[in-house]
Design a protein around this ligand. Sequence first.
Ligand SMILES: Cc1ncc(COP(=O)(O)O)c(C=O)c1O
Length: 485
Amino acid sequence: MLIEDLPGTERTSRIHAGRMPALAGADLEVPLANGQMRRYVNLDFAASTPAMEAVVETVSAFVPWYSSVHRGTGWTSQVSTRAFEAARRAVHTFVGARPTDEVIFVRNSTEALNLLAHCIPLRPDQVVLSTALEHHANMLPWRRRGRVVHLDPPESPEALLDAVRRALQDRVWPVGLVAVTGASNVTGEVFPVRELATLAHEHDALIAVDAAQLAPHRAIDMVAAGIDCLALSGHKMYAPFGAGALVAPAALMAQAEPLLAGGGAVSYVTLDDVQWAALPDRLEAGSPNVVGAVALGAAATALSRAGMAHVAAHEKRLLGYLDGQFGDIPGLRRLRLWSSGGADRLGVCTFTVEGMHHALVAAALSAEHGIGVRHGCFCAHPYITWLLGVSPEQSGAIRERLRRGEHRDIPGAVRASFGIGTTVEHLDRLLAGLRTLVERGPHLEYREDPATGDYLPADDSRELPRFDLLPPLDADLRGPGCGQF
Ligand SMILES: Cc1ncc(COP(=O)(O)O)c(C=O)c1O
């Protein structure tokens, strides 16, 4: 079925006439545990998106020219420097930044938010106002800056605005910064950023938006929305080459002590003194990830050319379709923040399956249906435990088990998330897989890996691919982060 054929698309079919940018790996076939091959259904965009083909092409075209940036006089250095700075400009344009804003290239949103928390001037009596539903990346860095007020997950956008207004009016704890997500990575709700910015500014506070999820799916205009500072990740916006960005007023960062000290961030060094460079170099010490920045700039341009309104309309239509079908499957519990009303949501569907561990659901969708989703707590432990109704006693017991390195029985959910490459067929495959699981349970036998809490098929004949120049990818080659949830 084409997206244009979905019910209710007639009125807007013209905006769907264009095609979504192509994604690398769209035709990938993956093995099932029984050895059969299936077309892969990637529904894990909220974690990391596939690369856009246009981004890969730009990177391939650029790589022969790659060289040192800024200091080299060779022609390739000059080309690389211009490409790096052009990428900076592309990101600046993509988010509608002010001429007085600076784009700092970082690794990802986590680094961007840590850098911002390090730089932003706050008075000792000022607090950071945030919510309990933030990703850890927009929670933990602020704690290092002092007092953070976490508003309870609000019942509606209006309730959020009311709670923020009340907190801003509190004279005991003056708010210096409102730090909120642009959209929830767990349940997809898009925050009323413009209204939040107005409220923050009315009370002389700044607003920082964690746009890790928002940037790939909705148009951002920092000027129109009044966003002061913004963080985004390339690997979530179809440019998985290791770069992200912090965009913030130059005046906020110009005097900050660099987070990383080293070459590139300085204008002059003596044995007992250092003169830090001007922005952006000041906050980009060391040799930068030029290829990653070029990829991020290319993704920003490609998304703008595709049209963010077009992208958003595509994803909303798919979400409407999924919402319509999902309720028909018994035993699924959808996790939502704002269950009623027409509040905007990204293509994120997070749920639990009655009587089935979230890790088992995710493992079976992969091993038996060739579908990739995410399970666990999505780096938003306070929010997911709130959504699941985990009591303080249960929370204490979980903490104790994790302290002992036991990952069994960690609460969590399953998240299917999508974006520009997604089709109705992908969602149908998910729905069919879930129906089968709910009706008949997993077909295969699984064992729980106590070190990670993941479920693995007891008998798994899937072979990992080989990549030239890499040692074979043995199944027991686990990274140190495999136990994360
Ligand atoms: C809302 C949100 N903020 C921040 C992050 C952190 O992004 P990164 O892992 O790219 O640093 C994520 C990642 O999932 C996210 O979803």
